[in-house]
Design a protein around this ligand. Structure first.
Ligand SMILES: Cc1cc2nc3c(=O)[nH]c(=O)nc-3n(C[C@H](O)[C@H](O)[C@H](O)COP(=O)(O)OP(=O)(O)OC[C@H]3O[C@@H](n4cnc5c(N)ncnc54)[C@H](O)[C@@H]3O)c2cc1C
Length: 808
């Protein structure tokens, strides 16, 4: 065994082998894979080997497309047969609701060249005669689906990597990992030790245990999963004979099953509601090439529906039942990337669809290790999308929920209940008593809207029961004053004598003077947006940064990995040790004034100023800024003061009819103002010019901030895209995000977010279009639930275009 390697990959399943192959493909050949047994000895060997390109997240869909397209390459390069069967596939809808869901899923893929199409149940039957068309209302046909041999595929990756110079050591179990002062890793195995610059955790079923070797509790859990294989079926043999083709894959969402041909019979698997975690606390190291006990009773309900939908199964004998474990994260997407707070420790685990996603995971991770950037927007599978609230028990609750809902519809306004409520702020009960309907964001219960007595959130693709109430909340802000909780925003305190200079390099904006705030884009080296913050200069050595709550770990990973080594800068994520309330609307200044003897007039406290002040008896930090685009204030306080301040503000606002508003009303308000939001309009896909943020990028400042060169180049070239707002001719449903945007009938852009802008009484979409078309006002159309609707580009923001409301 080698004594040193640049990268050690732990785990020889399909994911580890893909990572190894991609590292060598990009020229890193001093790389080693350690496997405690034989290759495929985790979940890989008993997989059904199915793969497809469709995913609810278009960025993950792209990586799946890459994976599927890679198979021919590795088969040819390695000379290893991977048993590839590109049969194509159907997704079947048994209800109209399901068909609506499929239309929205399909729309998401359109701008990235997805080739799937909607077809009728009868057309589906003609393609796949085993299904009973009377049971379905329609289907999606996807030409890029199929299945392969998991063993052959894993070996094809491995052989290709070896051909490029990688080494693979079998029967070599990693028993411990120790990081040395110089940042290198001692990888301690049962066969000796290897020193490595980078370690990749691709340990699949044991990824949690390998994480624990370095003190990590990764949010990953294995679930039992069953599929059955039938004896030969005459219907299958007949179809093969008459058409010369194999039967295609089917995912029957309402039956919660998937089927495909296996030799002369069929394979049927299910994601059952009555699901079972496997080894919820610790995966035994003794587990090897064995299967779990079959338990058909647990899946009888799903099988009955399956047999009804595919009647030929009723006459088929069952040859074999496979029950094996494989791993999931709480939302079902992989956990990929560098782990926050560690040097060169990489995660490539929780890949539940290794044969759809393994190639993309390997590609992203190899690029990340080699170039410091994955080369794509991979936030949907970034290991940093979970904070430390994602404990073992939380993961258990969420993974079980996710597994049992794998084929369920998730409505755009649906909040899933498992693992909640977990994090709450002191005013939670007060908000609840006022009718708050909560969603969970980064583990925190956050008010979405306030329901009148007797009204509940009804999940739908169309406008729903919250529509009137959200409208009232939004209008109350515009007409008088509203109050919302902002504790869910991420808050970072940057302090120290080096804080100013360091932030000047990290953020692309001019840093504000003491007592002022600024909008602060953050760029990566490639000049793409990796953050949009508000930064408040408290005293030149203390800066409060406010950002997106869901990106807290993501941003902390970036900040911490760029801290100077001399200790001159400290950064702390304040989490819920600082909580917030925001008041907004034309009467908000009067409300604030009632709680302080200080002058809060526009002259004394202008737009974007920040100051500490007592409000009533509570010390608070108050910034004059509001994401509503209106006159407004963000008020930050220690949690023990939040209830007092909430009551005080509500009392002070009573004479103006102060109204509580939630995240949905905030969304409506920011849309009509044309304000983008993190992870929708602003993400590492876009440059600041494209995103309309170039006025906040200080190209002239005398500091070479990260991404400056690339931002200069973007300015020179003009970028390729522009973010634009559209008024949409929508009827009873608004855009959700990721729908295609067409100009004169040609798809040329995509929606990033949208909804109904209640105070302006119009349906709004924001999205990216080619720069060359970005000044065209007419000729646009968008897709909503499969229908094309016309849209008009808005050159100016719909609300308060000159900003006088927030500035005066
Ligand atoms: C019944 C069933 C059906 C499935 N069907 C499909 C399907 O149709 N399509 C699809 O895409 N996916 C399917 N899957 C899921 C698929 O199997 C997984 O996505 C995939 O196997 C994940 O691969 P992995 O490399 O991450 O993990 P694993 O396959 O678990 O590999 C991890 C490897 O790491 C090794 N290892 C662990 N710890 C150490 C250590 N300390 N030292 C050295 N080596 C170590 C293990 O021995 C193992 O070989 C199915 C799974 C099951 C159970």
């Amino acid at each position: 065994m080698k004594s040193h390697a640049r990268v050690v990959v732990i785990g020889g399943g399909v994911v580890g082998c893909s990572v190894l192959y991609h590292l060598t493909k990009f020229g890193w050949t001093d790389v080693v894979l350690l496997e405690r047994s034989e290759l495929t000895s985790g979940s890989t060997w008993h997989a059904a080997g199915g793969m497809h390109t469709i995913n609810g997240d278009p960025n993950v869909a792209k990586l799946q497309k890459y994976t599927v397209e890679l198979y021919k390459e590795i088969e040819e390069y390695s000379g290893q047969d991977i048993g590839l069967h590109m049969t194509s596939g159907l997704m079947l809808a048994a209800t109209n609701e399901r068909f609506d869901w499929m239309k929205s899923l399909l729309a998401k893929g359109k701008y990235s060249g997805g080739e799937a199409t909607l077809i009728s149940a009868q057309e589906a039957h003609e393609m796949m005669p085993l299904l009973d068309p009377k049971q379905f209302v329609g289907a999606v046909f996807d030409p890029h689906e199929g299945h392969l041999d998991p063993y052959g595929t894993t070996h094809a990756y491995a052989k290709s990597a070896k051909k490029n110079g990688a080494e693979i050591y079998l029967h070599t179990k990693v028993e411990d990992l120790v990081q040395l002062e110089d940042g290198t890793w001692r990888v301690i195995t049962n066969k000796g030790e290897i020193r490595a610059e980078h370690v990749v955790n691709a340990a699949g079923l044991w990824a949690r245990e390998v994480g624990r070797m370095v003190g990590l509790e990764l949010p990953v859990l294995a679930m039992e999963h069953m599929y059955l294989i039938t004896e030969d079926m005459p219907e299958v043999i007949e179809f093969n004979k008459t058409t010369g083709k194999e039967l295609m894959h089917c995912v029957d969402f309402d039956g919660e099953i998937y089927i495909r041909q296996e030799r002369n019979g069929m394979l049927m698997g299910t994601y059952e509601k009555d699901c079972r975690p496997w080894s919820p606390i610790e995966t035994p190291w003794t587990f090897g090439h064995e299967l779990l006990a079959e338990d058909l009773e647990r899946i009888t309900g799903e099988l009955e529906v399956g047999f009804r939908h595919f009647p030929a199964f009723n006459n088929a004998g069952i040859k074999k039942i496979i029950n094996g474990p494989f791993t999931f994260s709480p939302d079902g997407n992989p956990l990929v990337g560098p782990v926050r707070g560690m040097t060169n420790f990489w995660s490539a685990c929780a890949v539940m669809a290794g044969f759809s996603q393994g190639g993309g995971v390997g590609l992203a991770l190899a690029q990340w290790i080699i170039n410091g950037d994955p080369g794509f927007d991979v936030f949907a599978m970034d290991v940093c999308r979970y904070g430390d609230y994602a404990t073992l028990a939380y993961t258990n609750a969420k993974v079980r929920e996710n597994y049992s809902r794998r084929f369920s519809i998730r409505y755009p306004n649906e909040e899933l209940p498992a693992g909640r409520p977990l994090l709450t702020t002191p005013i939670y009960d007060r908000l609840k008593a006022a009718g708050a309907v909560f969603g969970a964001s980064y583990g925190l219960e956050t008010a979405l809207w306030f329901a009148p007595e007797g009204v509940e959130d009804a999940f739908s693709w169309r406008r729903s029961t919250d529509f009137e109430a959200v409208g009232r909340e939004a209008k109350a802000v515009r007409d008088s004053v509203g109050l919302m909780e902002t504790s869910g925003f991420a808050k970072y305190m940057v302090s120290g004598e080096g804080a100013h200079d360091w932030l000047d390099r990290m953020l692309a904006c001019n840093l504000p003077e003491v007592g002022r705030m600024a909008l602060a884009p953050m760029l990566n080296e490639a000049g793409k947006l990796i953050g949009d913050f508000t930064v408040a200069n408290l005293d030149d050595e203390d800066f409060l940064i406010i950002g997106s709550g869901i990106a807290e770990d993501y941003h902390m990973r970036w900040f911490e990995s760029h801290l100077p080594e001399d200790g001159s800068v400290d950064i702390e994520a304040l989490n819920l040790s600082l909580v917030g309330l925001s008041i907004a609307g034309p009467k908000s200044r009067e409300v604030l004034a009632k709680l302080t003897h200080l002058d809060v007039s526009d002259e004394a406290m202008p737009f974007m100023s920040v100051r500490e002040m007592d409000l009533g008896m509570a010390p608070a930090l108050v910034g004059r800024v509001s994401y509503t685009g209106d006159l407004g204030y963000e008020i930050w306080m220690r949690p023990e003061y939040q209830r007092y301040l909430f009551d005080a503000l509500m009392e002070a606002g009573a004479e103006f009819g102060i109204s509580l508003f939630g995240l949905r009303a905030l969304n409506a308000l920011r849309l009509e103002k044309g304000f983008g939001s993190w992870s929708r309009e602003y993400r590492p896909l876009y440059g600041p010019l494209e995103a309309g943020l170039s006025r906040f990028v200080a190209l002239k400042k005398d500091v070479s901030f990260i991404g400056k060169q690339a931002a200069l180049e973007e300015k020179l070239s003009g970028g390729a895209l522009r973010l634009r707002t559209f008024v949409v001719d929508a009827k009873d449903a608004d855009v959700l995000g990721d729908e295609p945007i067409s100009f004169n009938g040609e798809v040329c852009g995509w929606v990033t977010s949208g909804g109904y802008a209640h105070a302006s009484n119009v349906s709004v979409a924001m999205g990216y279009v080619p720069k060359a078309l970005a000044d065209e006002v007419d000729g646009w159309s968008l897709e909503i639930l499969g229908d094309s609707v016309s849209a008009t580009l808005q050159p100016m923001s719909l609300f308060d275009a000159n900003g006088s409301r927030m500035r005066s």
